[in-house]
Design a protein around this ligand. Structure first.
Ligand code: SF4
Ligand code: SF4
Length: 381
């Protein structure tokens, strides 16, 4: 029964996602629904879901949650210059340091995470493409086969998937998930949105990964996230999509379209958008901390940053809470630096990157309960 329901659900999902008319309506409708309900969601949070989440209780729940995902950014270098991304701007302004994480730092982070019971790993940094790292395969191998991580994945623009048959090696090593961020299947649009002349490499690499994964029975979960400037139907009806992507879609290989774009804390503005691209509105803010402050990201030099989903101009900002070269992740998670950042939200003080963040998700009763349950299930040290 479960198999049947699962198959039916993925057929319906794929049917809806690959039908141009349905996809266009869904794309348009989702954006407008999100915009229309923004205020409603704010009042729901303010008066219902986020009431009674007192500071003292939330602060007690600072701990390293091994059921979460650890972000270890293997590369903060990118080979694209997307118009909707802060990367080209912060690199041009020289406020961001593009570099590669050494194997030594990576190993230290993963060993510690494994020791704490961590099983899930995202190898993507806030900005950068993991495939740029020449040591990526060694790190994937270590995470899966030595540190026994159960969920290892990353997000890539796919440009370097073909280099040295990387797509094949990733599947063979047993990577669990690859998320591909790409603008579509039109060369001109690609160059305009991704700012580089790499369409041929990207579509070839994506095709090879899908084809090889398919030949092995789809062991890797692949999601192509179109950062589209064209309507979904234009991509779905294009010859390259029909030839290189569509035949491989399944319950494990999915696509979606980006309904709206984040502002990177104010670094990206409406004028950066192109075609059907739209900015996401800023959600009204409550004097409550964001749920993502309870997750950790390891920078290339071992610095630990809270959240890790966005930067404004630099990743060496007021979200840095320590370094694994000096303290364990567990010690950092319970430190006063973390406490002060979380506490600051209750008193109207937020780190710079959180001040204009469209991903802000305040803690609520449900979050509190599930975090308490995970905390009480932890072994006493
Ligand atoms: S969105 Fe990704 S691929 Fe594009 S510039 Fe930013 S980091 Fe690079
Ligand atoms: S407000 Fe944004 S940057 Fe700050 S913790 Fe939440 S998601 Fe991260």
């Amino acid at each position: 029964m479960n198999k049947f329901v699962h198959r039916l659900r993925s057929r319906l999902y794929l049917g809806a996602r690959t039908n141009g008319l349905v996809a266009d309506w869904g794309y348009w409708g989702t954006h407008h629904f999100e915009e229309m309900t923004l205020k409603l969601r704010y009042y729901w949070r303010k008066w219902v879901s986020s009431r009674f989440v007192p500071e003292a209780e939330v602060l007690k729940l600072r701990f390293l949650d091994s059921s979460a995902m650890l972000q270890t950014g293997v590369a903060s270098i990118c080979n694209a210059k997307c118009v909707f991304c802060a990367y080209p701007k912060v690199v041009a302004a020289k406020t961001f340091q593009p570099t590669i994480m050494s194997f030594e730092v990576f190993k230290k982070a993963i060993d510690e995470w494994a020791k704490a019971g961590g099983k899930s790993l995202d190898m993507t940094w806030t900005l950068g493409d993991p495939l740029v790292d020449p040591g990526l395969l060694q790190k994937v191998d270590y995470a899966i086969n030595q540190a026994h991580m159960e969920e290892v994945g990353f997000t890539t623009n796919g440009i370097l998937l073909d280099r040295n048959d990387t797509y094949k090696k990733l599947v063979d090593l047993g990577i669990n998930a690859v998320f591909i961020s790409t603008p579509g299947t039109n060369k001109e649009v690609y160059e305009k949105i991704y700012g580089v002349n790499k369409y041929a490499e990207a579509i070839s690499g994506i095709h090879h990964l899908l084809e090889y994964n398919h030949s092995k029975g789809d062991p890797v979960r692949i999601v192509i996230r179109y950062r589209n400037a064209e309507k979904p139907s234009e991509i779905l009806n294009s010859p390259d999509f029909i030839k290189y992507v569509k035949p491989y879609l399944s319950g494990r290989v999915l696509i979606n379209f980006t309904v709206d774009y984040d502002n990177w804390a104010g670094t990206i503005v409406k004028g950066d958008m192109s075609g059907v691209m739209r900015m996401r509105s800023l959600p009204p803010q409550l004097n409550l901390p964001c749920q993502r402050l309870f997750t950790y990201a390891i920078r290339h030099d071992g610095s630990v940053r809270l959240c890790g989903c966005r930067i404004k101009t630099t990743d060496m900002d007021d979200m840095i809470v320590g370094t694994i070269r000096e303290k364990s992740l567990e010690e950092i998670s319970r430190s006063d630096v973390v406490k002060d950042i979380i506490s600051g939200f209750y008193h109207g003080k937020r780190p710079l990157v959180c001040q204009e963040c469209t991903f802000y998700t305040p803690v609520n009763r449900k979050w509190l309960k599930s975090r308490e349950a995970r905390h009480s299930a932890m072994p006493v040290s």
